[in-house]
Ligand binder design. Structure first.
Ligand code: NAP
Length: 255
């Protein structure tokens, strides 16, 4: 369904750091890679790491909230003679706070980056993918399947990504496109570190105690390594199991 060629490329938003960077490094073992983000130094360093490992990577500096960022990524792929075969909409932000006083500007920003960014990239890349088939992974979260207090904006955006994936799977399934929402629990990196620091502040815990509390949310009592999420994305993008399409891939160790 998703036969890769030497001209295939994977587009990864938020590919300069965190989970997106791990996905970019892993996908570079399969295809050329375009990493997208706002901080050029991070993108350049991801590309350099991929090149050092023998892969091919280029970057696009831009905000996923702007439609033209997605259009520039597709234009770059064309200029390189590449065909977009995999799209990983990973760029995301999360900010917590009580719903009653939640800043409407922040609400809009979270929805714009997490949901509208994915909309722009899916719309820009789909025409390229329809010719030969392809895979879209939408980086949702366990918060895309269940609710958490003080996280309404993030949870709403991540639930919406699951809905978007389900809808696109229905609309494009018979045209060779798989769309899978990826739903991790707590993963190592900046975002979870912010959660740990929040727990330290709210509960007066040490860093070690707060980390253990966050890890406790996973029945395996661990925070998931970024590389594990990247491996799951690579498996989905291998196209070996097209029936994954439209179904959340839950990477949480159990609920
Ligand atoms: N960490 C977790 O525990 C966890 C669990 C479940 C799901 N997730 C999801 O996984 C994804 C990656 O999370 P992470 O932990 O790797 O977070 P992170 O380290 O904070 O990285 C976020 C990435 O998104 C990019 N980004 C943010 N806003 C952007 C914008 N407006 N335009 C373009 N790029 C933007 C950032 O790049 P720039 O700063 O260069 O723009 C960065 O590469 C997110 O969607 C997150 O919700 C994370």
């Amino acid at each position: 369904m998703n036969t890769l060629t030497p001209h295939s490329v994977s587009v990864i938003t938020g590919g300069g750091r965190g989970i997106g960077r791990a996905v970019a490094l892993r996908m570079a073992l399969e295809t050329a890679v375009i990493v997208v983000g706002r901080i050029e130094a991070d993108l350049l360093s991801a590309c350099a790491e991929i090149a050092a490992a023998g892969g091919q990577a280029v970057h696009v500096v831009g905000d996923v909230r702007d439609r033209e960022t997605a259009q520039r990524a597709v234009a770059l792929a064309r200029a390189k003679g590449w065909t977009v075969r995999n799209l990983v909409c990973n760029a995301g932000i999360g900010k917590s706070g009580p719903f009653e006083t939640f800043d409407p500007t922040l609400w809009q920003e979270i929805l714009d980056v997490n949901l509208n960014g994915a909309f722009h990239f899916c719309q820009a890349c789909l025409p390229e993918m329809l010719a030969d088939g392809g895979t879209i992974c939408l980086m949702s979260s366990i918060a895309g399947l269940k609710g958490y207090a003080h996280d309404a904006a993030y949870d709403a955006s991540k639930h919406a990504l699951v809905g978007l994936a389900r809808s696109l799977a229905q609309e494009f399934g018979k045209r060779g496109i798989s769309v899978v929402p990826i739903c991790p629990g707590f993963v190592e990196g900046h975002m979870t570190e912010r959660t740990v620091r929040g727990v330290m502040t709210r509960r007066g815990m040490t860093h070690e105690e707060a980390t253990a509390r966050v890890a406790h949310a996973n029945p395996q009592r661990r925070i998931i390594p970024e590389a594990e999420i990247a491996e799951a994305v690579a498996f989905v993008c291998s196209g070996k199991v097209p029936s994954l399409s439209g179904n959340p891939l839950v990477l949480s160790g159990g609920e």
